[in-house]
Design a protein around this ligand. Structure first.
Ligand SMILES: [Zn+2]
Length: 104
């Protein structure tokens, strides 16, 4: 649940590294000139995205622990994201992945 939130970090690091390498490549034209702050801004953006994702997931976990979130009818674990479907909105259990529960 929290691990996918860390995915922007290696992607941002790779993009920032690529931008830093592109900054040092001498080209005959100045069309590819990368401002010096671009790699730092890319990495800062990925860091902020990861922090935002971790914040949202932590908030969902805190709601479930305090008894306010939607829970699975079978095992009592918290439910995943809302998914639109033919019978209506449903949410899949994050533990038992039982048949989608009806979203409250
Ligand atoms: Zn369940």
């Amino acid at each position: 649940m929290l691990l996918p939130c860390l995915l922007p970090l290696p992607l941002g690091l790779a993009l920032a590294w690529t931008a830093a390498v592109a900054e040092g490549v001498p080209l005959s034209l100045d069309l590819w000139a990368v401002p010096v702050v671009v790699p730092q801004m890319i990495f800062l953006g990925s860091l902020l995205l990861a922090a935002l994702c971790l914040g949202v997931q932590t908030w969902r976990l805190w709601r479930w622990l305090s008894g306010r979130g939607a829970v699975c009818e079978g095992c009592g674990n918290m439910l995943g994201a809302r998914q639109g479907g033919q019978p209506g909105d449903t949410r899949r259990c994050l533990r038992c992945s039982r048949d989608p529960c009806i979203a409250p």
